[in-house]
Design a protein around this ligand. Structure first.
Ligand code: ADP
Ligand code: MG
Length: 653
C-alpha cells in the first residue's frame, strides 16, 4: 500500500486565552494519499484554518503527531520546515496574500528566489505558469491593478512555482464572485488531474462538491470523512496512482550569491519606497561620519605642519640648558654650563659638533639709530646646526671664535633697520657700546621659533663672554649627533657625562626628537578626545537606524509572514533586514566622506591657516565603522523579524 503523503494522529491545538487554554482542535486523525483532492468543510470558527496551517507547516500541533511523507515534523528544524513549505507545499489564501510592491511575475518568482533558482529560469517558468492561467498580458501588473480572480490565479501560479506537489487552498473562492470562483475551482481540478494533491478548505458545500473526498469538521473534530459520490469514479481511479511531482529545482551553483543579490534588491526597494525616512535616518550617520573624518583630518593636518617645521631644523640636535626645566626661574643663577663642558662634549664620539650659545638683550647703535636687539654669542657650528645661510658677506669661522674676534653676522631685519639700502659688510655697529664689524647678513628665513620682527646679532661666543656680557658660563650648548648614533643614546651619554662633571644634574636637555614626540603625543590625545565625541554622534545615528528598522519590521509584518509561508528561511528574512540597515549606514558613510571632502576643500581654499590632511585609513575606518553600526544596530530588529511566527504575521493587516 502506498505511504500516505500526509498523516495526522490525534492532533490537538490549543491557544492561550485569558489565563486559560482554549482547545480548538480536539484530536484530529487523518491520512491523505498522493493524487487526492480533498475538501475540508465546516462552519466558520470550526478550526479549518488552524488545521490547514498545521498541515502546511506554518503552525505546530500542541499534541499529537504530524508526518509528511513519513517524516515526523516535530523533529524538523525551522529551516527544514521552510524547505517543506518552499518545495513541497503551495499555499493559496482567501485574501491572495500577494506582495503589493511586486508585479504579478515577481510575486510568482518569490518562492523560486528562496529556492536559489537562476533569474533566467525563474522568469521563463513564471511567465509560462501565468500564461497557462491566462495572465500572459498581465505579467508586469501590480496586485492592485488586477481583479480578485486574477490575483487568485497569480497566487496559484506562485503555489506551483517550485512544484507545488501539495496545494493547500484556504477558502480560495471566499473573496471571489461566482464566475471567478468557478474558474479557480476548474484550475484546481485540472491541477489534480495532472497529479497535484489538493487540500481545500471551504464552508460552501457547492465548492466542496468539486472534490473527490469530503471531510466535514465541526467544533475541532472530524464529523464525517467520505468519498464524494458524484465524482467517485474519476477520483478513486486517480487516487493513489497520481504521479508524484518532483520539485523542479535542484540547488544550483551560485544560489547563495543569488539569494544575497535578491535580498539586496528587496532591501533597496524598501529603502526607495521610504525615501524621506531613509534620508533622515542616513543624516545621523552622515553627520557622525563627517565629524569623525574631518576631526581626524584636521588633527593630522595640524600635526603634519608642526612636524614639517621641526624637521626643517634637523632632527639630530640636542640642546642642553641650565636649570631643571624650561622656564625654571632659577636657571639664570645656574652657572655651571661652561666652555670646558663644551670642549668635553665636542670630544665625544657621538658628537658631530658642539656649539655654545650665550644670549643677552642689548642696545644696537649706528650713528643716530638705536634699537633693542638680542646678541647671540655662538660657535661657528651654530649656523650649520640651524641651517642658516648668508645672503651677503660670510659666516664667521671657528678660527674667528678661537681668536675672540670682534665681528658679527646680523639677520635680515637688523640689516634693514640699521643700513636700509647701504651695504652693511665691513661697517661697524655698536652693541652695548662694544664695536663689532659686520662680516655677513643672514638670509631671510621663516622659522616658528624666531619672531619675524626680532633683531638678532650673532658674534663669536668667546668675544661675547669676554667683552660684551662678561660671564664665564654658557646659556646653552647644542650638540649635533654624529650619524650612526641614535638621539636617545646620545641623550643618555650627555646626561651621564655632565652629571659626572657637575656632581649633580643641574641642567636639562631637549632634542628635536623629544619635542616631536611630545607634540605628536599631544595631538594624539587631542584627536582621541575629539574623536570620542564624534563617535558618540555616530552611536546616536546608529540608534536612529535601529529605531527605523524596528518601525519597518512592524510595518512589514504581513510581508514577512507571506515570505515565510512561501518558504523563506529565518536567515533570508534576517539577511534582508540586516542588508537594509547596513546599506543605509554604508550609503550614509560614503555620503559623509564625500561631503567632508567637498566642505574641507572649500574651507581650505578660503583659509590658508586650516590644513586638512585626509588619510585613506580614516576613510576606510569611516566606512568600516558605518557598516559595523549597521550590523550592530540593525541586528536586533532583523532578528525579531526573522523570529516572527508566520501565522501571527500573516494575520496582521
Ligand atoms: P475557521 O477557519 O474554521 O473559520 P479558525 O481555525 O480560524 O476557524 O479558528 C478556530 C477557532 O480558533 C476560532 O474560535 C478562533 O477564535 C480560534 N483562534 C484561531 N486563531 C487563534 C489565535 N491565534 N488565538 C486564539 N484563538 C484563535
Ligand atoms: Mg478560516
Amino acid at each position: 500500500m502506498t505511504q500516505p503523503l500526509i498523516e495526522l494522529n490525534g492532533v490537538r491545538r490549543s491557544y492561550a486565552q485569558g489565563g486559560g487554554e482554549l482547545e480548538v482542535l480536539h484530536g484530529i486523525s487523518l491520512k491523505i494519499y498522493p493524487g487526492e483532492m480533498v475538501a475540508i468543510i465546516g462552519p466558520s470558527g470550526s478550526g479549518k484554518s488552524t488545521l490547514m496551517n498545521i498541515i502546511g507547516c506554518l503552525d505546530t500541533p500542541s499534541a499529537g503527531s504530524y508526518r509528511v511523507n513519513g517524516t515526523d515534523t516535530a523533529k524538523l528544524e525551522p529551516d527544514a520546515l521552510a524547505t517543506l513549505r518552499r518545495d513541497f507545499f503551495g499555499f493559496i489564501f482567501q485574501r491572495y496574500h500577494l506582495l503589493g510592491h511586486l508585479s504579478a511575475q515577481e510575486n510568482v518568482e518569490v518562492p523560486a528566489i528562496y529556492a536559489g533558482v537562476k533569474p533566467r529560469k525563474r522568469a521563463l517558468r513564471s511567465a509560462e505558469l501565468l500564461a497557462k492561467l491566462g495572465l500572459h498580458e498581465r505579467l508586469g501588473y501590480k496586485p492592485s491593478q488586477l481583479s480578485g480572480g486574477q490575483q487568485q490565479r497569480v497566487s496559484i501560479a506562485r503555489a506551483l512555482m517550485n512544484g507545488g506537489q501539495i496545494i493547500l487552498a484556504d477558502e480560495p473562492t471566499g473573496a471571489l464572485d461566482t464566475k471567478s470562483g468557478a474558474e479557480v475551482m476548474k484550475i484546481l481540478s485540472e491541477l489534480n488531474e495532472q497529479g497535484h494533491t489538493i487540500i481545500l478548505v471551504t464552508h460552501d458545500p457547492k465548492i466542496a462538491a468539486c472534490a473527490k473526498r469530503i471531510i466535514a469538521i465541526e467544533d475541532g473534530a472530524i464529523k464525517s470523512d467520505a468519498l464524494n459520490d458524484k465524482r467517485m469514479d474519476a477520483g478513486v481511479q486517480k487516487a493513489g496512482s497520481g504521479s508524484v511531482i518532483k520539485n523542479v529545482w535542484a540547488q544550483s551553483w551560485g544560489a547563495f550569491y543569488d539569494r544575497f543579490k535578491e535580498a539586496f534588491i528587496m532591501a533597496w526597494r524598501a529603502m526607495v519606497a521610504n525615501r524621506m525616512r531613509t534620508l533622515l535616518t542616513m543624516l545621523g550617520i552622515i553627520i557622525g561620519i563627517m565629524a569623525v573624518v574631518s576631526v581626524v583630518a584636521l588633527a593630522r593636518g595640524a600635526s603634519e605642519q608642526i612636524m614639517a617645521n621641526i624637521s626643517s631644523l634637523g632632527t639630530n640636535t640636542i640642546t642642553i640648558y641650565p636649570g631643571e626645566r624650561m622656564g625654571d626661574v632659577r636657571s639664570g643663577r645656574v652657572r655651571t654650563l661652561t666652555p670646558r663642558d663644551l670642549n668635553a662634549l665636542a670630544g665625544q664620539p657621538f658628537a658631530d659638533s658642539a656649539s655654545a650659545a650665550v644670549q643677552s638683550s642689548v642696545l644696537l647703535r649706528r650713528g643716530n639709530l638705536e634699537y633693542n636687539a638680542t646678541a647671540q654669542g655662538v660657535s661657528a657650528d651654530m649656523f650649520r646646526v640651524y641651517g642658516y645661510e648668508v645672503s651677503a658677506g660670510r659666516l664667521f669661522t671657528s678660527g674667528d671664535v678661537e681668536q675672540n674676534r670682534q665681528i658679527c653676522v646680523i639677520d635680515h631685519n637688523t640689516a634693514q633697520n640699521l643700513f636700509a639700502h647701504q651695504d652693511p659688510i665691513g661697517q661697524a655697529i655698536l652693541v652695548n657700546a662694544v664695536p663689532l664689524a659686520v662680516v655677513g647678513v643672514l638670509e631671510e628665513k621663516d622659522s616658528p621659533f624666531v619672531r619675524p620682527d626680532s633683531l638678532n646679532v650673532y658674534l663669536p661666543y668667546t668675544a661675547a663672554m669676554t667683552r660684551l656680557i662678561k660671564q664665564d658660563y654658557l646659556s646653552s650648548i647644542v650638540v649635533r649627533v654624529a650619524s650612526g648614533f641614535s638621539t636617545a643614546v646620545a641623550e643618555r651619554a650627555i646626561v651621564r657625562l655632565l652629571t659626572a662633571r657637575h656632581g649633580r644634574q643641574d641642567f636639562f636637555i631637549q632634542s628635536s626628537d623629544t619635542i616631536m614626540k611630545s607634540i605628536s603625543s599631544a595631538t594624539l590625545t587631542f584627536t582621541l578626545l575629539i574623536s570620542a565625541i564624534a563617535v558618540i554622534s555616530l552611536v546616536v545615528g546608529g540608534i536612529g537606524v535601529m529605531n527605523i528598522m524596528l518601525v519597518s519590521v512592524t510595518e512589514r509584518t504581513r510581508e514577512i509572514g507571506i515570505r515565510m509561508a512561501v518558504g523563506a528561511r529565518q536567515s533570508d528574512i534576517l539577511a534582508q533586514f540586516l542588508i537594509e540597515a547596513v546599506m543605509v549606514c554604508l550609503i550614509g558613510g560614503f555620503a559623509g566622506v564625500l561631503l567632508t571632502f567637498i566642505v574641507g576643500n572649500i574651507v581650505q581654499s578660503l583659509s590658508s591657516s586650516i590644513v586638512l590632511s585626509f588619510s585613506l585609513a580614516s576613510v576606510l575606518a569611516a566606512v568600516i565603522t558605518s557598516s559595523a553600526i549597521g550590523i550592530v544596530f540593525g541586528f536586533m530588529p532583523a532578528r525579531s523579524a526573522s523570529r516572527l511566527n508566520p501565522i501571527e504575521a500573516l494575520a496582521r493587516e
